[in-house]
Design a binder for this molecule. Sequence first.
Ligand code: GLC
Length: 429
Amino acid sequence: MKIIKKILSLTLLTGIVFASSLAISMSFLHAEVSIALGSVGRDTQVMRGYLDMWEKETGKKASIVSLPASTTDQFGQYKTWLGAKNKDVDIYALDVIWATQIDRHFVDLSRVAAEEAKLHFPAIIKSQMVGKKLVALPAFTDAPMLYYRSDLLTKYNESPPKTWRDLQRIAKKIMDGERAAGNSKFYGFVFQGSSYEGLTCDALEWISSYGGGQIVEANGKISINNAKAAKALDLIATFVGNISPEGVLSYMEEESRGVWQTGNAAFMRNWPYAYSLGNSSDSPIKGKFDVVTLPEGEGNGARSAATLGGWNLGVSVYSENKREAIELVKFLTGKRIQKLNAVNESKLPTIPELYEDADVLKTAPFFATMKDVLANSVGRPSGATRKKYNEVSKEFWTAVHAVISGRKNGSESLADLEKRLKRVRGRRW
Ligand code: GLC
């Protein structure tokens, strides 16, 4: 009896050990790395293609958690998940401005990806460092351009505008002409005027192009309440309902691209992703457009200014698949994928070497223009305002929206904004 009992308990024990080791190895086999990603243009589809490549090469599994296109909505969702220590998302696509706000939720990549980090522009790596911690690896950088219809500029005997006032004049001329010729839906200029982070980007360009500073300067000084900034906003306000549709007040990137790519706008402000989409085989404007640096303001300090954007990939500290997640981040931010992203999606690499790559230069001739655009780039004050950047940006885009929708004039709105920003800052940033 004793022997039978012993045999039975031994069998049971072996069974348990076997079952649990099977479960562990199964869970390893089936660990699926998930990546959260906002989708603009073809982003989700393209990411799926890269994940398929990775799955095929490694035998591992990866899935996408799709988020809304608005970077602001995405940030809200991320904060909820990270606050709840969500284990379901392993990798997060991170906007360049977020590192200082959510660093504590991400794995430090400075050691595990020390070699990979050396491949990228040092300034971009720096933007993802908080103290000694490397929060994310760069996937692509972003800087906007002025898209123009080259066929229509020729038709109306004009060249690309140098200043915002030139743009206003040329846009009006083309719009009047195209409407008279029967296209009542035609507009002069589309941009991102909705109340969200994208408007912060556009408005920083207008203001900076007039020499009106960067909202909050690198030393922490709130500089936004100045005459140049007010002048820039007052000019753009005159566009809305004239060369730009009223609807622009709720446009994000994709709504602007919608109007532009159906052939209903002479000019568009947008990021490089719209270049390859505009030239896709089914695009009505394929081969009919080109890009230049954004227009300059006027007066002392006038220049062309392009807000620096970009996306990075970070691994959540709550992930249960950190090893695979880090591997996948390295794969997605490496040279091979960045090259595909440049050649097929017209996204700007963060690896300097790729700017000399013959395939990249051949398929994306606008890369030559990008050198000038990047040279004119201006950063948002996320470094200076640290954990408070999101609040600062929200106050800023709200104040700008009040001007471009005609509810306040530039100087009124900016004086008010200065007071609000001082309140957000408190004693220090
Ligand atoms: C682009 C930029 C990002 C910016 C966003 C605003 O995605 O890369 O940095 O915040 O546009 O809409």
